[in-house]
Design a protein. Sequence first.
Length: 217
Amino acid sequence: MFSTLLIVASSYLLGSIPFGYILVRIFRGEDVRRSGSGNIGATNVARKSPVLGVVTLLLDAAKGAGAVAFAEWMSSPASPWTSPHLLMSLAALFAIFGHVFSIFLKFRGGKGVATALGSFGLIAPKAVLVAAGIFLLVVLISRYVSLGSIIAVASFPVLAWMLHEYGNAPGALALMSLSSPLIIVKHHANIRRLLAGTENRLGTKRSASPSERSEKP
């Protein structure tokens, strides 16, 4: 039980590190939450600096991978609850939760896509690769990054199940499945704009809507 609590706490704290916010604050002297979409993720950071956007993407993915790697190291096959896939999936969920509700930003944060990518890349690499392919296909056809992210995230648990990448642990698959709606709900503003036909396409200049500006801290 102690090891499980340690994994939950460490995964949440690691996921809570707001790399996008920190990088823009250090190198640009600005609060990334006050520009663009107000998000701390790589896409919004890239509007300030493409290089910082890439670094943010890598670091956000790395913190998810780090949480899962720690859970795998802590796991033991002696008990069904401490099976590697179950604890790794638990770590992934809480790392994503930390990114979305960062304790360092008054429980506000990003959308969790990059952190999920890093987390599940260690647990279900084949499913992640297929989901990444779906993302690219949707973006190439529609030029909507948000739509690609939503569809890829929604398809991931199904892909993990079809490809048997959950260690035959139903609990692990359930935890993977919980991550998807968490990320999709954080795209609520994008979903509204997609339905209204006002979402910006890839390659067009992004301007924050009045509703987004009102949501910024």
